[in-house]
Design a protein around this ligand. Structure first.
Ligand SMILES: C[S@@+](CC[C@H](N)C(=O)[O-])C[C@H]1O[C@@H](n2cnc3c(N)ncnc32)[C@H](O)[C@@H]1O
Length: 372
C-alpha cells in the first residue's frame, strides 16, 4: 500500500513500478514509510532549500517555519551569548536557523520523533544542536540567555478562530510569563493585538503578499510597538504612534496596495508619509498619488480608470479600455465576486485588476494594471 491518496495521484506509472519492486524486497510498512517520506520531501522543497535531504512527519512539516522566515527571525538572536532554548522545536525549522547564528542552542519537544528529526535536520544544514524530549511546561528555563517558543497552534486542528484568540499549546499566557529577559514567541498572523502584553513588540511578517506570522518580542528585546517585515526583500518598517493619519483624497494616477504586514502593524500612515501619498478613504488601506508609488511594502499599480461602482458602467468602461479578463479584488465592499467576474468577462484583448472598494464611503471601482 502506498501511503497517501495524494502520493498515488502524483505517482507516475514508473513510480508505481518502483513501489512494486521495493515491496518485493522490503517489508510493506518500510516501503510505505519511505514513500510517505519521499512525498513529504517533495512538498518540503517549497519551504526548505535542503528539503530533499531532511526528514519529516506530516504535521511537523505543516507547522515548520519557512526557511526564509526562520533565517530572518534568527538574525535577531545573533548577539545572544550563552544558551538559547527553542521550546517546542518541532522538526527543527527554527532550531537550524537559530543554531546557525548562536554558539549554543537546545531544542525541546515532547514528541520524541520531532526532537530526533530536529537534530537530523539541523545537521543537514551543517548546524550542531542539542535536543531533549520533555513537556516544556515542566522545565525550569531561568538559566537560558534567550528563549524561543513556537507553540502548536489551534489551526493545526482547523480552528483558525482559536488562533486569533491566541489558543495554542502551551498557551500564550504561559509564554509571556517565561522568566527570561529575552523571549521570542511565534504566533498566528491573525492574532488579536489586545492579547499582546504592554511593552512587547509585535512583528508581522509577510513573504510576498502572504502574511505568515506575528512574532512577539519581549520587552527586553523590543525596539518598537509594532513592525511590518516583508520578505524576501528583507525590509522592515516600524509603526510610529506619533505619525499623523494619512490625508484622505480621491484616487490619483497611481495606487499602492500595501502588504498585509503593513496593514496589520498599523503602519499605513507611516508608509503614506514616506511616499508622500494619501489614502483614498479613511477606512481603506489603499494609497494613491500622482507619481508612481514604487515600494517593497506594497503592490504598485497604475490607475487606468476610476469610477463609482455599478456593474453596467464598469462593464462599459472595460470594453472601452479593450479589457477582456479581470482579476477582481475587494477591499471594503461585500458581494459575490464569482458572479461579478462572469458578468464582467468581455471580448477585449487586455487583462486588468479591478479593485472594488470605497472612496469617500461610496462603492467605487478602480481599473488598474501593474506598474512595470
Ligand atoms: C509549531 S510546532 C514547532 C515548529 C518549529 N518551530 C519548526 O520550525 O519546525 C509545535 C511543536 O510543539 C510541540 N509541543 C506542543 N506542546 C508541547 C509541550 N507542552 N511541550 C513540548 N512540546 C510541545 C509539538 O509536539 C510540536 O512539535
Amino acid at each position: 500500500m502506498l501511503a497517501t491518496p495524494e502520493l498515488l495521484a502524483e505517482a507516475s506509472a514508473a513510480d508505481l513500478r518502483v513501489g512494486e519492486r521495493l515491496r518485493d524486497r522490503w517489508p510493506v510498512d518500510l516501503v510505505a514509510a519511505a514513500s510517505e517520506q519521499a512525498a513529504l520531501r517533495l512538498r518540503a522543497t517549497e519551504k526548505f532549500s535542503r528539503g530533499s535531504a531532511m526528514l519529516f512527519t506530516r504535521p511537523g512539516l505543516e507547522q515548520a517555519t519557512d526557511e526564509t522566515v526562520a533565517r530572518h527571525r534568527a538574525q535577531r538572536f545573533d548577539d545572544v551569548k550563552g544558551t538559547v532554548l527553542d521550546l517546542c522545536c518541532g522538526i527543527g525549522g527554527d532550531l537550524a536557523a537559530i543554531g546557525a547564528v548562536v554558539d549554543s542552542v537546545v531544542g525541546v519537544d515532547r514528541a520524541e520523533v520531532h526532537a530526533l528529526l530536529a537534530r537530523h535536520n539541523a545537521a543537514v544544514h551543517g548546524v550542531r544542536v542539542a535536543v531533549a524530549v520533555a513537556d516544556v511546561t515542566q522545565l525550569r528555563v531561568d538559566g537560558a540567555s534567550a528563549v524561543f517558543v513556537d507553540p502548536a497552534r489551534r489551526s493545526a486542528t482547523g480552528d483558525t478562530a482559536g488562533d486569533r484568540r491566541g489558543g495554542s499549546s502551551p498557551p500564550l499566557e504561559w509564554c509571556f510569563a517565561l522568566p527570561s529577559k529575552r523571549v521570542c514567541v511565534k504566533a498566528a498572523p491573525g492574532l488579536q493585538r489586545r492579547l499582546v502584553p504592554p511593552g512587547w513588540e509585535t512583528e508581522f511578517v509577510a513573504v510576498g503578499r502572504d502574511l505568515k506570522e506575528a512574532v512577539l518580542w519581549s520587552p527586553g528585546w523590543a525596539t518598537a510597538g509594532a513592525r511590518a517585515t516583508v520578505l524576501p526583500a528583507g525590509v522592515s518598517m516600524v509603526a510610529d504612534p506619533t505619525v499623523e493619519r494619512a490625508p484622505v483624497r480621491p484616487p490619483g494616477a497611481f495606487l499602492l496596495d500595501p502588504s498585509p504586514a503593513v496593514t496589520r502593524a498599523g503602519a499605513v500612515a507611516d508608509l503614506a508619509a514616506t511616499l508622500d501619498a494619501w489614502q483614498i478613504d479613511a477606512r481603506i488601506a489603499f494609497l494613491s498619488a500622482d507619481t508612481p508609488l514604487r515600494s517593497p511594502f506594497g503592490r504598485a499599480m497604475t490607475i487606468e480608470s476610476s469610477l463609482p461602482f455599478g456593474v453596467k458602467p464598469l462593464a462599459a468602461e472595460l470594453r472601452r479600455l479593450d479589457i477582456g479578463s479581470v482579476e477582481l479584488r475587494r477591499r471594503g465592499l461585500a458581494g459575490d465576486v464569482t458572479d461579478l467576474r462572469r458578468r464582467l468577462r468581455g471580448k477585449g484583448s487586455r487583462s486588468a485588476t479591478v479593485m472594488l472598494t470605497r472612496v469617500a464611503d461610496r462603492p467605487w471601482a478602480l481599473v488598474c494594471s501593474d506598474l512595470t
